[in-house]
Design a protein around this ligand. Structure first.
Ligand code: SF4
Length: 381
């Protein structure tokens, strides 16, 4: 089956998205980090104007949802006071920059992200989902995360600029990296001619000039997992949905100075405390880490099924990767899972080793049917 067309844009603070439960407002913290004050403020804003939850997104952003249109202006005033708004909507729309979450203020990820942010106005017109990854730890860790232009390191530790979808990249230095990013973005814009493509799609029909394909990146290093980390403590929330009240308590009790966001729906408390962290995923074996589920009905108007109660129930049965999607769009996991259950007309379709938009092998399953055959499904994999 064909993947359903994406909306082509992501919500922001200036550009909220309508959903079944009100407006969705997405916040893009600089360096994917909130100070403790911002984290507390956002928790309170979510409880006051939204549905009391904060979603972690796969682009290291946060979103609050369930906002009444009549509350939107007051919400924006609060976000501005927390310094969580860009100076203009156009800058917010372009600031799709992923950063390796273990950056420090003395390293090149920080310096290059700062320099790239200053140059956003010099980019050509690009599709709204177009993004960048500044991933200059000793080896890349954002390889599987969504980005079109990546700054990484090669095996010798030198900087490299790589177009997503290309195996090789172009050597750069700290001084030339950002201007080379701009050059590659202009090459992309000239060749897409306004089509809403991503870099990897373009490269299938337009090979890069050889100057961009010289050096391989270093082998990808492991992503973060819940547990202690040299910079703090990594935590998760089931399905990437944080209870805002629990988050507020967590920030206050941990003495955290800040919170770093990751594209893996995990966040890192900048703290020297070691827990316990009630209500959060704090170890890599947690069952719900393998299970993805979008908000489903009634939060999303496209869904005809509830998703998360079933996701919790299934997480107790298996360590397989499971995806419960309210419809075939697959927002929570736009890639393969071992088991995918897709809502359609109030029932579920079952896809094994595929995506939510793939041909199902069984259809019209009720929630009870799914739970009844759960063990059979897992063993047949
Ligand atoms: S996948 Fe889920 S969140 Fe996305 S549109 Fe479908 S029901 Fe809504």
């Amino acid at each position: 089956m064909t993947r359903p067309a994406a909306k082509g844009w992501c919500p922001g603070a200036y550009r909220p998205m309508h959903s079944g439960d009100g407006l969705i407002v997405r916040i893009r913290p600089h360096f994917a980090r909130l100070s403790a004050e911002q984290a507390l403020g956002l928790s309170q804003v979510s409880q006051r104007f939204g549905n009391g939850t904060i979603d972690l997104t796969s682009r290291s952003n946060l979103q609050i949802r369930g906002i009444l249109e009549t509350d939107y202006d007051a919400l924006m005033t609060e976000l501005e006071a927390l310094k969580l708004l860009d100076e203009a909507p156009e800058i917010e729309a372009r600031r799709n920059i992923l950063v390796a979450p273990d950056w420090t203020q003395a390293d090149e990820t920080y310096a290059l992200t700062t320099a790239l942010t200053r140059q956003l106005g010099a980019l050509p017109a690009l599709p709204t989902k177009f993004g960048f990854a500044v991933d200059t730890g000793n080896a890349p860790m954002l390889t599987a995360a969504s980005a079109d232009i990546r700054i990484e390191r090669d095996l010798s530790g030198a900087l490299l600029l790589r177009a997503d979808g290309a195996a090789l990249g172009r050597p750069v230095t700290g001084e030339t990296a950002v201007e080379t990013v701009l050059d590659l973005a202009h090459w992309f814009a000239q060749n897409t001619k306004g089509q809403s493509l991503r870099m990897a799609q373009l490269l299938k029909t337009h090979p890069l000039p050889t100057v961009w394909c010289q050096t391989a990146p270093a082998e990808t290093r492991n992503t973060l997992v819940p547990g202690p980390h040299p910079l703090g403590y990594v935590l998760g929330a089931a399905f990437g949905q944080i209870d805002a009240g629990a988050f507020e308590t967590l920030i206050r009790c941990s003495g955290a100075t800040g919170v770093r966001l990751t594209p893996w729906r995990l966040f890192m408390l900048e703290t020297t405390a070691s827990g316990p962290w009630q209500g959060f995923i704090n170890h890599p074996e947690a069952a719900t880490l393998n299970v993805s589920a979008c908000p489903g009905a009634p939060a999303c108007g496209a869904a005809t099924v509830e998703t998360r109660d079933l996701a919790y129930a299934l997480s107790k049965h298996t360590t397989r990767s499971v995806h419960i999607s309210g419809c075939s769009k697959g927002c929570a996991l736009p890639r393969k899972a071992e088991i995918t259950l897709v809502g359609r007309a109030g029932k579920f379709d079952l896809v094994r080793n595929g995506c939510s938009w793939d041909q199902p092998e069984r259809s019209d399953l009720s929630e009870t049917d799914v739970l009844t055959i759960a063990d059979e499904i897992y063993h047949a994999l």
